[in-house]
Design a protein around this ligand. Structure first.
Ligand code: UD1
Ligand code: CA
Length: 453
């Protein structure tokens, strides 16, 4: 049977106190919404509908970036979760199969859990994902009759007895798509919040003789983000898991609590990550690489045996081949660095290709930007770039060529040649001695003292 995914992402998230829509707040380097979409994608949904509202344009852009085939519908006014689901009805008109509702603010649902819900549909018309909460707080409560779910009561509307229930609603539910749309259309707004609650469909379904059941998951999976404090707690939970996973995969983290991963970070076996290393999105590190302390990595690939840092910054498009060295205070962007090449100190390498074994001297800069466009620098295998070379792109330094330290290279340097561009040196005998004697003399005259502090 086919499954459609409905992801609710229209809410403002008032408690975030932010101009940014709640579902766009980043967790593990990517928007909360992206986490929800990835969880849902594991079901290989036939259709995905994202319900946007607050900041719809930005939310749509983030949704499309993750799920290009997703359909965005806009909920103009946020009248509640049932009203939000109803916005997906036109898109799912005629769809035959199940619909699974996910919340854009609930990032940790596992694929296995969603699979279990789909499987449980064989026994129930509506399947709700529930969890035993250590502190049920303001979550909706699941009112059971034996193994069957009778209804869901929102915290605001719950009696003292109902508030004592610890089995809570995650928000995730699954039902036949057409049935779900019929039910949400029947929901009213007669409650404390004056909202159309999706949770009301359970009682409506039971009244129609349909059955409802619960699949349980661990509380950690259903953590919903409603405030900055909850966002920080979610980030901490993600990082703890990512570090544990890195250990499982044979990675050494010298000071694990200071290493920050992104959702898609991948680090190979026997790699060593030093203290205070930050992984932005899109980083892959092969086996046996070393990332030393205080590096910031983003959108880059680091091959086997490469050593990066300390204090290096790799930006999107940085690709380091095997045994490359990128040292302290080096920034690399959109550059391919071939096997064994070295950029050890204080350099900017952007929009460039460094051939195998090339050696880039301290303070070298690829001047890639002319104020309007970016240009490429090409450095041949085995080239030797003297310290403090400015490579004014577009420019090519040939294989085995060299540049003289301090040169501003504006024209191509042929294979095996030396590129040199600096004013010739002149020595003036005795100049420094006379110069300082004069300055000191002037100072004594004006202060009436001799000072050499
Ligand atoms: C909801 C559930 C509650 C459950 C909790 C789990 C309802 C009525 N309550 O409460 O039982 O325990 O989630 O985290 O469903 N949204 C829209 N349009 C709207 C309203 C909400 O798209 O008009 C979206 C929000 O952006 C959010 C999600 O739906 O992603 C949940 O809404 P939220 O207001 O956070 O619901 P809770 O009060 O947390
Ligand atoms: Ca919520």
């Amino acid at each position: 049977m086919q499954t459609a995914l409905i992801v609710l992402a229209a809410g403002q998230g008032t408690r975030m106190n932010s101009d940014l829509p709640k579902v766009l707040h980043p967790l593990a380097g990517v928007p909360l919404l992206t986490h929800a979409l990835r969880a849902g994608a594991a079901l290989e949904p036939a259709r995905t509908v994202i319900v946007a509202g607050h900041g719809a344009e930005a939310v749509s852009a983030a949704a499309r970036a993750e799920c290009s085939e997703g359909v965005i519908v806009v909920q103009q006014e946020q009248k509640g979760t049932a009203h939000a689901v109803a916005q997906a009805a036109p898109v799912l008109e005629g769809f035959s199969g199940d619909a699974l509702v996910l919340y854009g603010d609930t990032p940790f649902i596992r694929a296995e859990t969603l699979e279990a819900m789909r499987a449980a549909r064989a026994e129930h018309d509506i399947v709700v994902l529930g969890f035993e909460a250590a502190d049920p707080g303001r979550y909706g409560r699941l009112v059971m009759a034996g193994a069957r779910l009778e209804r869901i009561v929102e915290y605001k509307d719950a009696s003292a007895v109902e508030r004592a229930i610890t089995l809570c609603n995650s928000g995730v539910l699954c039902a036949d798509s057409a049935t779900l749309m019929e039910l949400v259309a029947a929901v009213g707004d007669d409650n404390e919040a004056g909202e159309y609650y999706l949770t009301d469909i359970v009682a409506l379904a039971r009244a129609r003789g349909l059955s409802a059941g619960v699949v349980r998951c661990d509380e950690s999976e259903t953590l919903g983000v409603n405030s900055r404090a909850e966002l920080a707690a979610a980030e901490a939970a993600f990082q703890a898991r990512a570090r544990a996973e890195a250990f499982e995969n044979g990675v050494t983290l010298v000071a694990p609590e200071t290493v920050h991963f992104a959702l898609d970070s991948w680090v190979g076996r026997d790699s060593v990550i030093g203290p205070n290393v930050v992984f932005g999105p899109g980083v892959t590190v092969e086996s046996g690489a070393e990332i030393r302390a205080f590096c910031h990595l983003e959108g880059c690939h680091i091959s086997r045996g490469a050593v990066v840092g300390p204090f290096a910054r790799l930006r999107p498009g940085a690709e380091l081949a095997e045994d490359v060295r990128v040292g302290n205070f080096v920034e690399v962007k959109n550059a391919i660095i071939d096997e064994g090449a070295k950029v050890n100190h204080l350099s900017y390498i952007g929009d460039a290709h460094l051939g195998a074994g090339a050696n880039i001297g301290a303070g070298t800069i690829t001047c890639n930007y002319d104020g309007v466009s970016k240009h490429r620098t090409e450095i041949g295998a085995g080239a030797f770039i003297g310290s403090d070379t400015m490579l004014v792109a577009p420019v090519t330094v040939g294989e085995g060529a060299m540049t003289a330290s301090g040169s501003v290279i504006t024209r191509d340097v042929p294979e095996g040649a030396l590129g040199l561009s600096r004013a010739p040196q002149e020595n003036k005998p005795g100049f420094a001695a006379r110069f300082f004697a004069r300055l000191r003399g002037a100072r004594t005259d004006s202060r009436g003292e001799s000072g050499d502090s």
